[in-house]
Design a protein around this ligand. Sequence first.
Ligand code: OOG
Ligand code: MG
Length: 258
Amino acid sequence: MSLGVSEAAATLLASVDAVAAREPLTKSWPDLDLATAYAIQDESLRKRRVRGETLIGLKLGLTSRAKQLRMGIDSPLLAWLTDAMVLPAGVPVPLGGLIHPRAEPEIVFVMGRRLSGPGVTAATALAAVERVHAGVEIIDSRFEDYKFTLPDAVADNGSSALFGLGPVGVRPERLDLSLEACLLEVDGQVVDTATGAAVQGHPGEALALAANALATRGLAIEPGWIILTGGMTDAVPLAPGSRVAAHFSNLGSVTLSA
Ligand code: OOG
Ligand code: MG
């Protein structure tokens, strides 16, 4: 027996609250399709808003080859960000509230203007951006062993948990984001590197993809929204006592302590 949309959303939020992984929805709901998965995601946003959370933007996931290969899924996803997901600078990662967190470096946009598809290109998308920041996202899939299909991950709001932004905000026209480089360090050792080109060739392409995908659901990207464009490298597990730092060539650094 498969769950309905509202029950599935409630079950996934219960996994967040209980800090407990569960089996993928598709185990008991093998024909869960993407449209229904996005309906579950929207319903979990509605439930979060009822609890008092505020919608502050969205994230793309699985926009780089590194991430797609790791998860075995070759198409990007969108998910919602709320104010409860912001990790302020200097605050340790609250590991006790997370199931099996992983950290990944991302290029992040803060929107100046509304961006509404269809037909958005990277150039028109970037023209709507106010500032670019360095970011680190902490993902925490609600599914056992991070094993899921694309509809599972969509329903689970793209494994979203927390994210931190760097203090440096740069106007998009001042950078070539395809060349923006990132070194990912764990406990002082470089474990991975990438440039912005890892994200759909250019993070502006990811932003355009998000605007055009939202348009098919009758939605637009709103002024002031924060947009995480997707992990540039594979994500690294966040172990107790560890320190993860993402150093960018122009955007500064973000450091998280677990
Ligand atoms: C899905 C979320 C992916 C990204 O940046 O690629 C994501 C997952 O890998 O759990 O946030
Ligand atoms: Mg991510």
